[in-house]
Design a protein. Structure first.
Length: 499
């Protein structure tokens, strides 16, 4: 029997119980074709248009392993400091679900391609080592769309639709060893791990790792125990799809489980669904044990035996570790630790890097991507790169500011126009008439009007009170709708009043 009461606070929960976590992260590889057939992996195709007898599991069809997927798996394993198996093979993971057309998933079980590694992450200024149990290859399932209900889930739906385009897309599942860290930082460590892993995957170039598109999906396992006791019963919160949600889901499960245990109830080993809108998890299904899947070696695929020479060649292709790259870029950009953390947490590191490479200042690139662009992206529920403005556009706005063609206020309007689909920055400037007014003849008239309208302020400036210039500049900016060149306006005011 499970008994629940009002949830305790996080601090109340960890005052009694210690959390133990485990992260299972699925990475969808960016290969051109699927794991065991030649079907396209292009996202967004018409439902069931990218399928064949192999990925549909039709009788008589035979799979062939995607070499690039194996190569990607080895590179991921090496980057996670894993040992690479000299011999491994695929297995059949048997279970029935409508989005599994074969009624089994081709995966790896007790013989993964990479195992026993680690990754170091930093949370709240402290470094923690996360052990990696394994990284293994498998195929993705199809996609179920439940229609007619209020929640989009099967409960309450009138019917379901199935799209097998995703079935067979290559996946790498990365499983941690039990994560035992101070209770107060457990949610932050979970987020830091997924953040660092995402950056590593992107640096390797094996996947875009965009969580909002399902290219990187995190299953968060959480259990509680009394200090020094054996591990408690775990739950698995499935398919958490943002860094913020990883932290929130772990926090909620710690509070929920503490409530159940403190009330005399028992934790059920189950999968749970994360609800972004409420910040809660709900029960999914009872979690199977490994033996329930009746794993056995895949008879239609030969074992994989990567030569040591091939592994060494792939090791030589590994990029600069993300932590080293961040430290180098932070120093080059002059960012504080907090500024760099904000960039990383927003998933904007590559965007800022590319924008700087395109001619922007680091501070300017950060300002736009984490400011106006992030605001619009959040409103639209899309990633920064899908907000409607390119790296080249942001860099061009910064160049126009540097040339004096735009001031900050006008630049915001230009970015707003680009995000609204009005064209490039130059096209928006022309269409909206947003260029800075710096021509002396046009600006001089505004300066004369401001001086005439505020004679008392003009007298103060003549008397040597240069702080009063700001009042006249403010009037000029208002009269020109923010388009005046403030620097040139100041020069003209002083020329008129101090000559």
């Amino acid at each position: 029997m499970t008994v629940t009461t009002a949830l305790p606070s996080f601090d109340e929960a960890i005052a009694t119980y210690e959390p133990v976590m485990g992260m299972e992260v699925h990475v969808e590889l960016g290969t051109a074709t699927k794991m065991f057939c030649g079907c396209s992996t292009t996202f967004g195709g018409e439902p069931n248009s990218q399928v064949c007898p192999v990925c549909l599991g039709l009788p008589g069809s035979l799979p062939v392993v995607n070499e690039i997927a194996v190569e990607s798996a080895i590179r991921i394993g090496l980057a996670l400091n894993c040992s690479i198996a000299e011999w491994c093979r695929f297995a059949r993971k048997n279970y029935f679900y409508p989005d599994m057309p074969k009624n089994f998933q081709t995966s790896q079980y007790d013989e993964p391609i990479a195992f026993d590694g680690y990754m170091d992450v930093v949370a709240d200024g402290v470094e923690y080592r996360i052990g990696i149990e394994r990284a293994h290859m498998e195929e993705d399932t199809g996609k179920s769309l439940h229609v007619g209900g209020a929640t989009g889930r099967i409960h309450g739906a009138s019917h379901s639709l199935l799209d097998y385009n995703r079935s067979g897309i290559p996946l790498i599942e990365i499983v941690t060893k039990p994560i035992e860290v101070p209770a107060e930082v457990a949610p932050a460590v979970a987020r830091a791990y997924v953040t660092e892993l995402r950056e590593l995957i992107r640096a390797l170039g094996v996947s875009e790792a965009r969580m909002e598109l399902g290219q990187l999906r995190c299953d968060a396992n959480v259990s509680l125990r009394l200090p020094g006791a054996a591990y408690g019963t775990r739950t698995e919160t499935k398919n958490v799809n943002s860094l913020r949600s990883v932290e929130r889901a772990v926090t909620y499960e710690i509070r929920r489980q503490a409530s159940v245990l403190s009330s005399g109830g028992t934790i059920v080993q189950e999968t749970r669904h994360w609800h972004e809108d409420t910040g809660e998890t709900t029960s999914g299904r009872v979690k199977e044990e490994a033996e329930d899947y009746r794993y056995f070696p895949e008879p239609d695929l030969v074992p994989i035996a990567p030569s040591r020479e091939w592994v060494d060649e792939l090791r030589a292709t590994l990029p600069e570790p993300p932590s080293v790259r961040r430290a180098r870029l932070q120093e080059a950009w002059g960012f504080t630790d907090l500024e760099m953390r904000d960039v990383v947490n927003a998933g904007a590191l590559s965007l800022v890097f590319d924008t700087v490479a395109a001619g922007a200042t680091a501070g300017g690139a950060k300002k736009w991507w984490l400011g106006e662009v992030a605001r619009v992206a959040n409103e639209r529920g899309v990633a920064l790169e899908d907000a409607g403005i390119s790296v080249a556009d942001v860099a061009r706005v910064e160049v126009l500011i540097g040339e004096g063609a735009l001031n900050d206020k006008l630049a915001r309007q230009v970015v707003e126009g680009v995000l609204a689909g009005e064209g490039t920055p130059d096209e928006v400037v022309a269409a909206r008439g947003l260029a800075v007014v710096s021509d002396d003849s046009a600006l001089g008239a505004a300066v004369d009007d401001a001086i005439a309208a505020q004679p008392d302020v003009a007298d103060k400036i003549r008397a040597g009170n240069l702080g009063a210039v700001g009042a006249l500049i403010g009037a000029i900016m208002k009269a020109t709708k923010g388009q005046a060149d403030a620097k040139r306006a100041r020069e003209l005011i002083l020329e008129r009043l101090q000559s």
